[in-house]
Design a protein around this ligand. Structure first.
Ligand code: PEP
Ligand code: MN
Length: 337
């Protein structure tokens, strides 16, 4: 249910509706827009009685939201959401580049890659301190030590840090040390973790599960918003298909579909989307062309010796070439880079 306020509704009238919603034991989400404020209602077990709200001062109409997601939808908020990661804004007219190694391996490796991607024009540093690996014998990440290395790289380069939280324990630490909490593909439907991310004070980068539909992705985002954290970025990182020439199939068609339904920004990850270094630049250009708000790209200074995802990691030089291409493409798309 969505309570739409009149254009001239006062702050007192909005507060009155919020109180009326809360008095029934529901949660109110007042979302200001350029035209009007809409107040989403969540936490109701059964149907919400619309007439109780229709007669309150300042209310224009009460509309039933037909989807299982509400707060993420453009019905609730028509304008694009801009997510602020340590001063870097995603969802506006900029094309935002997040780059860095798959995994944090050492301070030296993190600093080396961070310096190179910063010099090439990246806006954010990515890198996993907690790694969800298919084999329990693969490198699992440096944990808290890795988070401290990322913080040191931020200190030196000024790049805000995006890094994955695997579980409730690591989420506490990622929230404390990083600028954006990544929820990985394997955890897209870990609803306990999503709820915790919804109570975090930092923005969340939510990756699409490897066999998740668009609607499932949006409902996972809804979990985060429903807890009160509206700073969510979606990420297309490829899905599993029969196609065997790439690690995953990058589903770029989801980008315009997402843009039509939700106000949340979406970035494209061509590294996991292809799994192959030689395809990353082409799919990065395609991601920008299809309307992504940013790109998440794995870069390693010595990819053949990387502890995770070396085959899909660009060298710093290849990343520089890619950024040069993107700088030419961005203005055509109305994007700043
Ligand atoms: C990653 O970004 O390194 C990662 C593990 O991604 P995904 O969850 O998309 O596999
Ligand atoms: Mn990776």
């Amino acid at each position: 249910m969505l309570v739409v306020m009149r254009k001239d509704a006062t702050a007192d009238q909005i507060a009155g509706v919020v109180r009326a919603i809360e008095a029934r034991g529901y949660k109110a989400h007042a979302i200001p827009g350029a035209q009007r404020t809409a107040i989403g209602i969540t936490g109701n077990k059964g149907a919400v009685e619309a007439p109780a709200f229709e007669s309150l001062p300042g209310v224009l109409e009460v509309i039933a939201v037909s989807h299982a997601y509400k707060l993420v939808s453009r019905e609730v908020k028509a304008e694009d959401t801009i997510v602020d990661i340590g001063g870097v804004r995603i969802g506006g007219d900029a094309l935002v580049l997040a780059a860095g190694p798959c995994a944090v391996e050492s301070l030296e490796q993190t600093l080396t890659v961070a310096r190179r991607v910063k010099a090439a024009g990246a806006h954010l540093l990515r890198g996993g301190a907690y790694k969800p690996r298919t084999s329990p014998y693969s490198f699992q990440g440096l944990g808290l030590e890795g988070l401290k290395m990322l913080a040191a790289a931020r200190e030196e380069t000024g790049l805000p840090v995006v890094t994955e939280a695997l579980d409730l324990e690591s989420l506490d630490l990622v929230e404390e040390w990083a600028d954006c909490i990544q929820i990985g593909a394997r955890n897209m439907q870990n609803f306990t973790l999503l709820r915790r991310a919804g109570r975090a004070k930092k923005p969340v980068l939510l990756k699409r599960g490897m066999s998740a539909t668009l609607e499932e992705l949006l409902m996972s985002a809804e979990y985060i918003l429903a807890e009160g954290n509206y700073q969510v970025i979606l990420c297309e990182r490829g899905v599993r298909t029969f196609s065997d020439f790439s690690r995953n199939t990058l589903d770029l068609a989801i980008v315009p579909a997402v843009k039509a339904i939700t106000h949340l920004p979406i970035v494209v990850d061509p590294s996991h989307g292809t799994g192959r270094r030689d395809k990353v630049a082409a799919l990065s250009r395609a991601g920008a062309a299809v309307g992504a708000d940013g790109l998440l790209i794995e870069v390693h200074h010595d990819p053949d010796r990387a502890l995770s995802d070396g085959p899909q990691s660009l060298t710093p030089a290849a990343f520089e070439d890619l950024v040069a291409d993107l700088r030419q493409i961005a203005p055509v798309l109305g994007r700043k880079l």
